[in-house]
Design a protein around this ligand. Structure first.
Ligand code: APR
Length: 246
């Protein structure tokens, strides 16, 4: 019996904070973005952590709680639904787990995960801490006494190496459809991954204010740019892609 495993067409979705905006999570560079309110150097660099670990833990703890309370929105759910007819790889800069909670099964996090913590002394021992709060006198993820300077969120800070870049680039260059959603494409090396997209691939960019992303010239030719809310526009595009396969 021939095993007729049909080779599914591959879609890569490259997402940024804008896809989680409709779920109530702040972006970074919008007017009300995190880096408009907080000092990125103090809160998202190894030097900032070394200077004040408790402050950094407070910052990520509040984001962890917010992300745990947030719900996947129509954009996350539509992307998950694509898996009925396509091989879908989500490459996200986001540290929330809304893609996974929407049902996406192949998600690559370039900048880490809010719900994970690790010991500075043992970087490979990663703990899923959900929305647990850690404070003076409480237990650390491994059951020892919590010492803020000994633990860090499993997040990639500015100046640190970004994991999975080669894997992400291979997926993008093999995709017949590429969807970029909710990213200003201001941060490297993540943004330059999009240069791996094939000229022949069908390429879309969905963003509320696409100007920044489009002029970031990380987009090879032929991106179809759509301005608007991801929660509105992504389901529409996904509907067309599913229609084409039904
Ligand atoms: N629908 C679609 N796009 C939106 C929406 C929305 N509802 N709301 C905001 N956007 C767009 C903005 O117009 C902007 O282009 O999402 C993008 C958010 O850009 P940034 O705030 O720069 O977020 P992102 O691109 O994900 O940042 C990349 O920077 O600080 C680091 O590690 C952090 O992963 C983050 C990286």
């Amino acid at each position: 019996m021939l095993n007729t495993t049909t080779k599914l067409e591959k879609i890569v979705v490259f997402s940024g904070a804008g896809i989680s905006a409709a779920s109530g999570l702040p972006t970074f560079r919008d007017n009300d973005g995190l880096w408009q309110k907080y000092d990125v150097y103090q809160l998202a660099t190894p030097e900032g952590f070394a200077a004040n670990p408790s402050l950094v833990h407070q910052f990520y703890q509040s984001r962890r709680l917010a992300a745990a309370k947030a719900q996947p929105n129509a954009a996350h759910l539509a992307i998950a639904a694509l898996e009925q007819h396509y091989k879908v790889v989500v490459i996200t800069q986001n540290v929330d787990n809304l893609h996974e909670r929407a049902g996406s099964t192949d998600v690559i996090h370039l900048h880490g995960k809010l719900n994970e913590m690790r010991m500075l002394a043992k970087p490979d021992a990663i703990f899923d801490v959900g929305d647990t709060e850690f404070s003076q006198g409480s237990h650390a993820p491994d059951g020892s006494i919590w010492q803020p300077e000994k633990w860090r969120p499993n997040i990639v800070w500015f100046g640190e190496a970004v994991p999975n870049l080669m894997l992400a680039s291979e997926h993008i260059s093999a995709a017949s459809k590429v969807l970029v959603v909710g990213s200003s494409l201001q941060v490297e090396p993540a943004a330059s991954l999009l240069l791996s997209a094939k000229a022949s691939a069908e390429k879309h960019l969905i963003d509320k204010q696409p100007g920044q992303a489009a002029k970031a010239n990380k987009l090879s030719q032929g991106f179809n740019v759509q301005q608007g809310d991801a929660a509105m526009l992504v389901p529409k595009l996904v509907g067309q892609w599913l229609e084409a396969k039904s």
